[in-house]
Design a protein around this ligand. Structure first.
Ligand code: 13P
Length: 333
C-alpha cells in the first residue's frame, strides 16, 4: 500500500476549492507516454499551474499500471528539478468502472479516482460511487462521480447518445454518495468527432456546433452552491492540427470539438476540472506526420518525438493560459 502523499502528489480538494472561488478551472490532461508527461509538467511549471495528470483504463493497459504510477512520481521530481518548489500534481484515475480498479489505483498511490457509474441505473450508480468514496476517504483520496451520459468514444468508454444531467438529481446524488466532485453532461462528448456536420451551423465557412447547455449548468450550480463540477470531453479539436494531419497523409473527416470560448465561459463557473485528451493526441500526431513527411530519411524516434513534445507543450500552455485560466494559481510558487 502506497499513500500518494509519500509520492509528493496532492488530492483535488484544496485546488478545487480555490478554482471554484477564483473562477478558473484546473486542467486534467490524459497521459500514457513519457513525452506527454514531460510536456504536461513543463507546461504546468512554466505557467505555475496546478495540474491533474489522468490515466484511463486503456492507458493502464497500454503503458502498464506500475510504470504510469512511477511516471507520476517522476513528474513531481521533474517539476522540482525544473524549479517549481511546491508543485501541485494530482494523479487521477479517469473513468474507473469498478470498485476493484479504483481500489487498486488508491492502493498504488493515486491521489484521486473517478468512479463512472453513469451508464448504470440511478440507485446502482449511487451504491457503487458510495462504496468507492467510503474506501477512498480513509486515505484522503478524492473521488469524482458522474451523473448523466456523454456521447462519444474514448478508450473503453463509449455511448451512442448523450443524456443531459438532471439538475433535480444532483443534491440527492452528491449527498448520498459523498463524492468530492461531480462530472456532468451538458453537451460535451469524448473524441475528435463530437458533432456531425448536420448538427452544426455554417458561419463564415466554419462549422459551429450547438452551444453547451449552460442553463443546466447554472441550475446545477444553484442546487449545489460551490460544489466542484467537472467537464469531460472538452477538447476543442483545433482545425490547424486537423489540417496538418490531413495535409501530411492523414484522413480525419468532420473532426469537430467544443469552441474554446464556451470552455472559457464554463471555467468561470463552478466547473473546476476540464478534461482534455484528444487535443493532445492531435497535437502529437500532427507534429509527427509533418516531421516524417519533411524528413523521410529520419528513423530515430527522438527526431520526431521532440517536435511532437514541443507541439503538445504549446497546446497545454495555451489551454492553461487562454482557456482555463489556471496560470499563476499554485498555492505556493
Ligand atoms: P476529449 O476526447 O474531448 O479530449 O475528452 C477527454 C476526456 O473527457 C477524458 O475523460
Amino acid at each position: 500500500m502506497v499513500n500518494y502523499k509519500d509520492l509528493g502528489l496532492v488530492n483535488t480538494r484544496e485546488m478545487f476549492k480555490r478554482a471554484v472561488a477564483g473562477g478558473y478551472a484546473i486542467p486534467a490532461f490524459n497521459f500514457n507516454t513519457m513525452e506527454q508527461m514531460q510536456a504536461i509538467v513543463q507546461a504546468a511549471v512554466e505557467t505555475k499551474s496546478p495540474v491533474i495528470m489522468q490515466v484511463s483504463k486503456g492507458a493502464r493497459n497500454y503503458a502498464n499500471a506500475t510504470i504510469l504510477r512511477y511516471m507520476a512520481e517522476g513528474a513531481v521530481a521533474y517539476a522540482k528539478e525544473l524549479g517549481c518548489e511546491h508543485p501541485e500534481i494530482v494523479l487521477h484515475l479517469d473513468h474507473g468502472d469498478t470498485f476493484e480498479l479504483c481500489k487498486d489505483c488508491i492502493d498504488m498511490g493515486f491521489s484521486s479516482v473517478m468512479i463512472d457509474g453513469s451508464h448504470l441505473p440511478y440507485e446502482e450508480n449511487i451504491a457503487l460511487a458510495k462504496k468507492v468514496v467510503d474506501y477512498a476517504h480513509q486515505f484522503d483520496v478524492t473521488v469524482e462521480a458522474e451523473l448523466g451520459v456523454l456521447a462519444g468514444v474514448e478508450d473503453e468508454v463509449s455511448a451512442a447518445e448523450s443524456h443531459y444531467t438532471k439538475p433535480e438529481e444532483v443534491i440527492d446524488f452528491s449527498t448520498r454518495t459523498g463524492c468530492d466532485s461531480l462530472a456532468i453532461s451538458i453537451g460535451t462528448s469524448h473524441g475528435a468527432h463530437k458533432f456531425t456536420p448536420a448538427q452544426c451551423t455554417l458561419v463564415n465557412g466554419v462549422l459551429v456546433p450547438p452551444p453547451l447547455a449552460f442553463d443546466i449548468l447554472h441550475e446545477i450550480e444553484k442546487k449545489l452552491p460551490g460544489f466542484p463540477i467537472v467537464l469531460h470531453g472538452s477538447s476543442s479539436v483545433p482545425m490547424d492540427e486537423v489540417n496538418t494531419i490531413n495535409q501530411y497523409g492523414g484522413h480525419l473527416e468532420a473532426a469537430i470539438g467544443i469552441p474554446e470560448e464556451q470552455l472559457r465561459e464554463a471555467s468561470k463557473s463552478a466547473v473546476c476540472k476540464i478534461n482534455i485528451d484528444s487535443d493532445s493526441r492531435l497535437a502529437m500526431t500532427a507534429a509527427i506526420r509533418k516531421h516524417l513527411a519533411e524528413h523521410p530519411g529520419d528513423f530515430d524516434p527522438r527526431q520526431y518525438l521532440k517536435p511532437a513534445r514541443e507541439n503538445m507543450k504549446k497546446m497545454y500552455i495555451h489551454k492553461i493560459v487562454n482557456v482555463l485560466g489556471s496560470d499563476g494559481k499554485l498555492a505556493q510558487c
